[in-house]
Design a protein around this ligand. Structure first.
Ligand code: PLP
Length: 426
């Protein structure tokens, strides 16, 4: 009889010889990965309490305020303000910093639209700094070269739950006296040198949108240690009325408040976040151990300072040269057919036609000269990011909530596709 390890290798080899599921063969993974969200009886109870109480909006002492206090404590920040969603949190934070027309905001090109939409809503200029393809984060070493006298904010994104290089970012920000707004919308509980991200810069923002590791359907939060900034943030998100003086109009703002249904769900979902995050990290580490053995597959690296990865996304790069040159969309199709949830990630935001048309639109042409807009276009080349967008692949956080054997299925499916990749083109 073969020893266990040898038997497993034989089995693995056999399964990779089976016909690709894309062409009618058996799937490597026949059962679904965990669904999301996970709902407990505590969620139901809290939701019904809000419903029956009849105070569905934000009021003093209710669930939303309790959540703010608890989330601030977890992050290690003095203040937390709950908002309607993550985009709203970013807009509130930028307004608290008084970012507006004429200002430049440094952003990564590998992020969700909302990061730059928040900047565009202020009619400020998004200045893109290239990505570090190894980590999928902004290349912090290139930020200083992008700073001008107009730079009003550096906005790193902790993409996928991995952490951006905060030591370098904070040092550059300090040297040039520019505030840092962390977009931590994907990074619940991620840490840099033992401190939670979003609590390191001047302000940090979260999203609690349905796909996020902490979820209330929609929702967001602004974190800060600065009393003046939280005062301004509270006022802006409450139509210009700072708390304590409901009818004292103190300036422009918006209604970006969270409902108490969201607050109640967040407080209850929070009871499971730590345990779920530990499962994701354990499984992600196991998966990395397997994937790094496959030629042409490179899991995202963490900077040394990233002491905790929240794994909102499991990210890796796909090099088609090791798969008989099969294009990434075909690889993704084959992987999905084997029963593995996967996505192709972002396209280059800096090159998007939507951005170009906004910058060519009425407001921008009114505020900025044609030369200023052309110069911005010249500065916004990010060749490393172009390559990253070609190669990046994501596996969603929900898959990481499965068991260790499920991680083996992911690796096995990739091995199977690689072994038969010559057939993918045929
Ligand atoms: C990096 C990033 N920033 C901002 C947002 C915006 O959050 P929301 O969808 O809650 O408005 C998201 C959410 O998808 C995100 O992933």
């Amino acid at each position: 009889m073969l020893p266990r390890a040898a038997a497993a290798t034989v089995l693995r080899a056999a399964a990779t010889d089976e016909k690709l599921a894309l062409y009618g063969g058996p799937k490597v993974r026949g059962t679904p990965f965990p669904s999301w969200p996970i709902v407990g009886s505590n969620d139901e109870q809290a939701w019904m309490t809000v419903l029956r109480k009849g105070r569905w909006n934000r009021t003093a002492g209710n669930y939303t305020q309790q959540f703010e206090e608890r989330w601030a404590r977890i992050i290690g920040a003095k203040y937390c303000l709950a908002t309607a969603n993550g985009t709203a949190a970013l807009i509130v934070a930028l307004n608290a910093l008084d970012i507006g027309p004429g200002d430049e905001v440094i952003v990564p090109p590998y992020t969700f639209n909302a990061t730059i939409n928040a900047v565009l809503m202020q009619h400020a200029l998004p200045v893109f700094v290239d990505s570090d393809p190894e980590t999928f984060q902004i290349d912090a070493g290139k930020i200083e070269a992008a700073i001008t006298k107009r730079t009003a904010c550096i906005m790193p994104v902790h993409l996928g739950g991995n952490a951006a290089d905060m030591d370098t970012i904070l040092a550059v920000a300090k040297k040039h006296n520019v505030p840092v707004l962390e977009d931590a919308c994907q990074a619940h509980l991620a840490e840099w040198k033992g401190r939670k991200v979003s609590g390191l810069g001047d302000l940090g923002c979260f999203s609690f949108q349905a796909s996020k590791n902490l979820n209330s359907g929609e929702g967001g939060a602004v974190l800060t240690n600065n009393e003046d900034l939280i005062h301004r943030a509270r006022g802006f998100h409450n139509n210009g009325n700072p708390y304590g003086s409901p009818f004292a109009y103190s300036g422009a703002g918006c209604n970006l408040r969270m409902t108490d249904f969201q607050g109640a769900l967040l407080l209850e979902q929070l009871t499971r976040l730590e345990a779920q995050s530990q499962i994701r990290a354990r499984n992600a580490n196991h998966l990395t151990g397997q994937l790094k053995e496959i030629e042409g597959i490179t899991p995202a690296r963490q900077y040394e300072g990233c002491t905790r990865n929240a794994y909102h996304l499991y990210m890796f790069r796909y090099n088609r040269e090791h798969f008989h040159n099969a294009p990434k969309p075909l690889f993704l199709k084959a992987l999905a057919a084997e029963g593995i949830p996967c996505y192709g990630g972002y396209t280059p935001l800096n090159k998007s036609t939507a951005l170009a048309s906004t910058l060519n639109g009425k407001a921008y042409r009114y505020i900025y000269s044609a030369k200023e807009l052309a110069d911005l276009n010249d500065r916004n080349h990010c060749p490393k990011n172009d390559q990253l967008c070609e190669e990046g692949v994501w596996i969603p956080q929900t898959a990481l909530l499965a068991d260790t054997e499920s991680m083996d299925h992911i690796a096995q499916a990739i091995r199977k596709i690689q072994k038969q990749s010559a057939k993918l083109l045929g």
